[in-house]
Design a protein around this ligand. Structure first.
Ligand SMILES: NC(=O)C1=CN([C@@H]2O[C@H](COP(=O)(O)OP(=O)(O)OC[C@H]3O[C@@H](n4cnc5c(N)ncnc54)[C@H](O)[C@@H]3O)[C@@H](O)[C@H]2O)C=CC1
Ligand SMILES: O=C(O)/C=C/C=C(\O)C(=O)O
Length: 479
């Protein structure tokens, strides 16, 4: 099936007739084409968004809200079709696409459809100066949204929904590796009555299409999720043009496990936080630090449990671990496993490619647990972004905090303990934008979402996202 750009409410081919192959990770076969859009296509998308802006920015909040909630309902009504498409395009188990990815994409539209009706700005009475200040929150204009391949529709809509709720018009680019569900979204937007040009979707490589979006002088804000190197590149281009930037980048998240935790809950959740979505979530905990008294027990139980995870075809409902997203990504992860071996990492389980019967060319990998002796090895410092975790013991709170913070990233952290004072000490000192205690991935869409250090700039979610997608204009009236 050939994917097309969605510009001004219409599906169109790329102007230069340049196409890319779309791969199915489960069998390694090409199953369609997508545009490799040029700067001309991006310009067309921009012009369409610009024309739609005066009308959309003046559309009442009730009407914007109604349309966003309608998109959400239509996604829910098309759950099976979208989940199948996501699973085929990305390699993730269909059960995951159906229970997490597509419901969350629908929730993103519903959440921001509701949030915009509650979003308010501030006023300040300047007492003694006979003046009042009030702050307008006005939409920026045309904004760019660029998303990655790991949670394709989930993260695409996490940007688009607040952008349009706030009254902006959008030029959006999904990952070229997983373009399908963004393509399908176009029809849903038309059916929901989203005016033409409010959302424009251009497909293509980061280096061509993405680059044209970030370089466009009139696209005034960029919301990006993806790799840290790409984020740094975007900042280099966009900052001198004074674009607003929201960058949600990589992570190398610690799981700190104390002996006093609820062990069974911790073990089950740690399996999930290590290997959900084949470990391809920026929030996965990939560095497991375990307090010495329970280290031996944890190591035995964890490895036993990991060995039982079933690697299989994404459409098989009994599959725990589907296919990795692409051949280059599989090769990158395999090369990290080799690095770990050279650094004296001990492979406790996994480490090998898997041939799934009937789908021998798919990109499958065993979930992998590596025991390390010191925390400064590359496998423990660099983002692998796959089903690979390291484990090592620790003795003191100070020691583990120091190791947890000793990476360039600062996205999320998970702490397992029942000691309240320790919880407070660690949560205060850990360098992470998101900290979970005795849980993982419990999401409330109102909360600020994002990271510190090389994990990004700015926060998404709730009113933070609506603030990002608006300009604050303060008005001071003397009376
Ligand atoms: N959310 C996260 O934290 C993610 C992290 N990654 C990390 O990044 C590594 C590289 O993965 P990639 O697929 O290469 O991610 P990437 O950062 O290159 O891709 C993310 C998005 O950015 C776009 N992009 C790439 N270059 C661009 C440019 N010059 N201008 C504008 N847009 C551009 C891509 O087309 C895609 O839509 C992964 O191995 C993983 O470690 C990847 C995806 C998500
Ligand atoms: O918003 C969420 O719940 C999750 C976001 C995950 C990412 O941004 C990621 O994996 O890149």
């Amino acid at each position: 099936m050939n994917i097309q750009n969605f510009i001004n409410g219409q599906f169109v081919n790329p102007i230069q007739d340049d196409w890319l192959d779309n791969y199915c990770p489960a069998n390694g076969e090409v199953y369609g084409k997508l545009p490799n859009s040029s700067a001309e296509d991006v310009e067309q998308a921009y012009q369409s968004a610009k024309s739609a802006f005066p009308g959309w920015s003046q559309t009442t909040l009730e009407e914007r809200s109604r349309i966003l909630i309608k998109i959400s309902e239509l996604l829910e009504a098309n759950l099976q079709r979208f989940a199948e498409a996501e699973s085929k395009d990305n390699g993730k188990p269909i059960s995951l696409a159906k229970s997490i990815d597509i419901p969350r994409a629908a929730s993103n539209f519903r959440f921001f459809g509701n949030a915009i009706t509650q979003f308010a700005s501030e006023s300040h009475e300047s007492i003694g100066q006979d003046a009042i200040n009030y702050t307008l929150r006005q939409p920026i204009g045309v904004v760019g949204c660029i998303s990655p391949w790991n949670l394709p529709l989930y993260l695409f809509t996490w940007k688009i929904a607040p952008a349009i709720a706030a009254g902006n018009c959008v030029v959006a680019k999904p990952s070229e590796v997983t373009p399908m569900t963004a393509f399908l979204l176009g029809d849903i937007c038309n059916e929901a009555g989203l005016p033409k040009g409010v959302l424009n979707i251009v497909h293509g490589l980061g280096s061509t299409t993405g680059q044209a979006i970030i370089e466009h002088p009139e696209i005034k804000a960029i919301s990006f999720t993806g790799g840290t190197e790409t984020g740094a590149h975007i900042a280099k281009i966009a900052a001198p043009m004074f674009k607003k930037l929201s960058l949600e980048l990589g992570g190398k998240n610690p799981n700190i496990i104390f002996a006093d935790c609820n062990y069974d809950n911790m073990l089950e959740t740690t399996i999930n936080s290590s290997f959900a979505n084949q470990g391809q979530i920026c929030l996965c905990g990939s560095r497991l630090f375990i307090e010495s008294p329970i280290y031996a027990k944890f190591k035995k139980d964890f490895v036993e449990r990991v060995k039982k995870l079933k690697v299989g075809h994404p459409s098989d409902n009994s599959t725990d671990i589907g296919a990795l997203v692409s051949k280059p990504h599989l090769e990158k992860i395999l090369s990290y496993i080799e690095v770990a071996k050279k650094e004296n990492g001990k492979i406790l389980c996994g480490g090998n490619q898997v041939e799934v019967k009937g789908f021998e060319n798919g990109y499958y990998l065993e979930p992998t647990v590596i025991e390390i002796e010191t925390d400064d090895c590359r496998i423990n410092q660099e983002e692998v972004f796959g089903p690979v975790v390291t484990i090592m013991p620790f003795n003191t709170e100070e020691e583990v905090l120091q190791m947890a913070n000793k990476v360039k990233y600062g996205l999320s952290a998970t702490i397992w303990t029942n000691d309240l004072k320790r919880t407070m000490r660690i949560t205060n000192q850990i360098e992470a934008g998101i900290v979970w205690v005795n849980t993982w991935m419990l999401r409330d869409l109102r909360t600020p979402f994002g990271g510190m250090k090389a994990s990004g700039v700015g926060r998404e979610g709730g009113f933070e996202a609506l603030r990002f997608f608006t300009e604050a204009k303060n008005v001071c009236i003397k009376y």
